[in-house]
Design a protein around this ligand. Structure first.
Ligand code: SAM
Ligand code: SF4
Ligand code: SF4
Length: 377
């Protein structure tokens, strides 16, 4: 990677540096962010002055895939008990909580899971969610069920979809999803989503020795198709995936492999708290993102809350416990009372798991964590 203005060396990237202009712009935006009112009328900040900006909403704990890094079949097999329907938040409950979160300053709602499209009538939920010019509405999906629903989702008000696709090689992809879903099904769904006007990004988790051999194929393909690919380091989420550090391909190594074939330069993040570090191809043919939560923790900017399918609020992807908002909904509390509870939870937040995992890794990893399929990515 040759260095120009705003550009990082691999070492800087590995240390988590941002071009100084980008950091300053982020800091300024944090300061002047309008925020939502906390209980005392000010912006809602946590213990580290991180605002609540982004809400991930898991609509189901179920999935039709069994990705080894998330829901391995050995754990999530035929005997596994998923949540019964009555335990899930209804669409009305999700919409009501979403509106409360938006009143507290949330600017981005992302539906996730499990696989959100296994829940019936998802377009109806999209219709019920709050809409506003400053509010970004997105969906993360494995893409296998997207094609038949894409148009209805777009008509209901969905703007953006992130499709997870870890390999273009059919045998590797089938092995990874462990559900015999062909890669072409997902590629077709991406085409349909674009055709109906959805903005599409691609997520790929890269695991050393599993799919890293196809890294450049993924980059080449989505570059040629004009789509932003975001490469994710394999994380130690949940307690089921048997995570080993040796299977993590670091963002730095990914960047080096890509840069050797498609020269890259770093660019500024698009908004404060963006998880992906952005790089553009030096020939002007688009960009990629790197989500390096293992080797370049971004806890300092983390503005994400997570609502589980059961209606508990988690303040970190690696949290052990959530805060039950469903009980408040179902015991007749008012929106103001619920807002007050969310405010208390957020203001007490001090999570920074990824920053802390380094030295006491073993100790932290043994602490039971919520499964990612309960609270989404
Ligand atoms: N089922 C949907 C999907 O796969 O897009 C939405 C839920 S999934 C939990 C959300 C994202 O988390 C996906 O992009 C997935 O690749 C990512 N993910 C799951 N387990 C992961 C892990 N151990 N490390 C890194 N990313 C992971
Ligand atoms: Fe399902 Fe998504 Fe987890 Fe894969 S990553 S098992 S598609 S929830
Ligand atoms: Fe946010 Fe927790 Fe991830 Fe840190 S470890 S970036 S606090 S979700």
């Amino acid at each position: 990677m040759a260095r120009t203005t705003g550009e990082l060396t691999g070492a800087e990237a590995a240390r988590g540096a941002l071009p100084s202009g980008a950091r300053a712009a982020q800091a300024a935006q944090h300061e002047r962010a309008p925020g939502g009112p906390g209980v005392n009328g000010g912006p809602l900040f946590d213990q580290r002055r991180r605002p609540l900006r982004d809400l991930r909403i898991s609509v189901t704990d179920r999935c039709n895939f069994r990705c080894g890094y998330c829901m391995p079949r050995s754990v999530f097999g035929p005997g596994f008990e998923f949540l019964p329907a009555r335990e899930l938040l209804s669409f009305e409950e999700i919409a009501r909580l979403s509106a409360v979160f938006v009143s507290l300053g949330v600017r981005k709602l992302r539906l996730t899971g499990g696989e959100p499209l296994v829940r019936r009538d998802l377009p109806e939920l999209i219709r019920q969610l709050p809409k506003a010019p400053h509010l970004d509405l997105a969906l993360t999906t494995n893409g296998s069920l997207l094609a038949p629903h894409a148009e209805a989702l777009a008509k209901a008000g969905l703007e953006r979809v992130t499709v997870s696709l870890d390999s273009l090689d059919d045998a590797t992809f089938r092995r990874m999803n462990d559900a015999q879903i062909p890669v072409q099904t997902v590629l077709d769904a991406i085409a349909v989503a674009r055709a109906v006007g959805l903005s599409v990004k691609i997520n790929a988790v890269i695991q050393r020795g599993v799919n890293d051999g196809g890294l450049l194929d993924l980059v080449r393909h989505f570059r040629e198709h004009g789509l932003v690919l975001r490469l994710i380091e394999y994380m130690d989420v949940g307690n089921s995936n048997g995570w080993r550090h040796s299977q993590v391909l670091s963002a730095r190594e990914m960047l080096e492999r890509i840069d050797a074939v498609f020269p890259l330069e770093s660019i500024e993040s698009s908004y404060p708290g963006e998880v992906a570090r952005r790089y553009r191809f030096r020939d002007g043919s688009g960009e990629i993102g790197m989500i390096a939560s293992v080797t370049q923790p971004f806890c300092g900017d983390c503005s994400r809350g997570r609502l589980s399918a059961q209606g508990s609020l988690y303040t970190c992807l690696f949290a052990s416990e959530g805060h039950d908002l469903r009980a408040l909904l179902r015991s007749g509390q008012t929106d103001d009372e619920i807002a007050k509870r969310i405010t208390q939870v957020w203001q007490a937040r001090a999570d920074a798991y990824s920053e802390q995992r380094g030295a006491p890794l073993v100790k932290l990893s043994r602490r039971p964590k919520i499964e990612m399929s309960y609270i989404g990515g």
